[in-house]
Ligand binder design. Structure first.
Ligand code: TYM
Length: 326
């Protein structure tokens, strides 16, 4: 059976972008592939985190995975920092990755520009991500388009290692939705919807109140053209709303354009708000049932027991190939 993997950072409540870009895909594929989904807490410390908040966010993200429909019977769910082999594998991969490659990553360039006093972890972040992926010989990595470059780097690193030391890793492929790979900020639809955005009016979080969600969507930036059609370059706001609607209803962009072609912007916004609220209300109800239930620890225990062995074997194989043994 082919394998699929993804991870999300536990830095605050995840956004509609995270949900559509990564989680919804995992739900779609959990019946088809052997599925791995983890909490990327080691990635989150590449920028400073408050320890109490971080541990709360870890638990909350796990509850959100389940509330969204990630089935613990169909997925290996685990906490990255509990599996020491990810960091071990990452170190070996770092020694097979060039500084130039890492300094050219778009996300590194953006984030290091924002804060000149960045850690070396911010630079080596994509290698840890490569370790997460390559440890399990996965066929697919479910990501939004902003992470595609990192998956491509993982492929480059794997290919180089295989050539140098003999076949060790499987080549992973990024798996992205056609319609919803990049959900944009509602206030500034030229940039991606991001947890760390300064203006929270542009960001829908999975646990936002329905009235707040409606307010944010009704206030979304559009244009003065009054025509509802998908044109990312000239109509980024309208295209983003069409994209959200299509992603949540399972319709194609063409079908959504057809539904709204004679409608006003206000009607489109109102319908988008309806589908978002409908989908998120179900998730929120389940979330509040799950968050204080005792099942969370057991799920992570099962996940780590399963995944640690696989990644340990991969680490041992890498060490052997490189001569790291007596
Ligand atoms: P993170 O936590 O930034 O985002 C989690 C997932 O959500 C996707 N995403 C989006 N998709 C569509 N529209 C958006 N506006 C949007 N914002 C975020 C991201 O592409 C991602 O798939 N480095 C990763 C976590 C990670 C990982 C991995 C992922 C660590 N190791 C191994 C896959 C495989 C990250 O920071 O994602």
């Amino acid at each position: 059976m082919e394998k699929i993997l993804t991870g999300l950072q536990p830095t605050g409540v995840i956004t509609l972008g995270n949900y559509i870009g990564a989680i919804k895909q995992m739900i779609k594929y959990q019946d088809m592939y052997e599925s791995y989904i983890f909490i990327a807490d080691m990635h989150s410390i590449t920028i400073p985190q408050d320890p109490i908040e971080l541990s709360k966010n870890i638990k909350s993200l796990l509850a959100l995975y389940l509330a969204c429909g990630i089935d613990p019977k169909k997925n290996k769910i685990f906490l990255q920092s509990e599996n020491e082999y990810h960091a071990n594998i990452s170190w070996i991969l770092e020694c097979n990755t060039y500084y130039g490659e890492l300094s050219r990553m778009t996300q590194f360039k953006d984030k290091s520009k924002k804060n000149a006093n960045f850690t070396s972890g911010l630079l080596t972040y994509p290698v840890l991500m490569a370790a997460d992926i390559l440890a399990y010989d996965v066929d697919y990595v479910a990501v939004g388009v902003d992470q595609k470059q990192h998956v491509e780097l993982a492929r480059d690193i794997a290919e180089r290692f295989n050539k140098k030391f003999g076949n060790t890793f499987k080549m992973p492929n990024p798996l992205m939705t056609k319609e919803g790979t990049k959900i944009m900020d509602l206030v500034d639809p030229t940039k991606k919807m991001s947890k760390s955005s300064e203006n929270q009016k542009g960001v829908i979080r999975l646990l936002d109140d329905p009235e707040i969600i409606r307010k944010k969507i009704m206030g979304a930036t559009t244009d003065s053209d009054m025509k509802i059609c998908f044109d990312v370059e000239n109509k980024p706001g309208i295209s983003n709303l069409i994209n959200i609607y299509a992603s949540l209803t399972g319709k194609t962009i063409k079908e959504v354009e057809e539904i709204f072609k004679d409608k006003k912007y206000g009607e489109l916004k109102s319908c988008v708000a309806d589908v978002v609220i409908q989908e998120l209300s179900v998730i929120q109800k389940r979330y509040y049932e799950i968050i204080n239930s005792g099942e969370l620890n057991k799920i992570l225990d099962d996940g780590i027991n399963f995944t640690r062995n696989i990644s340990k074997n991969k680490f041992e194989l890498m060490k052997n190939k490189m001569g790291l043994h007596r």
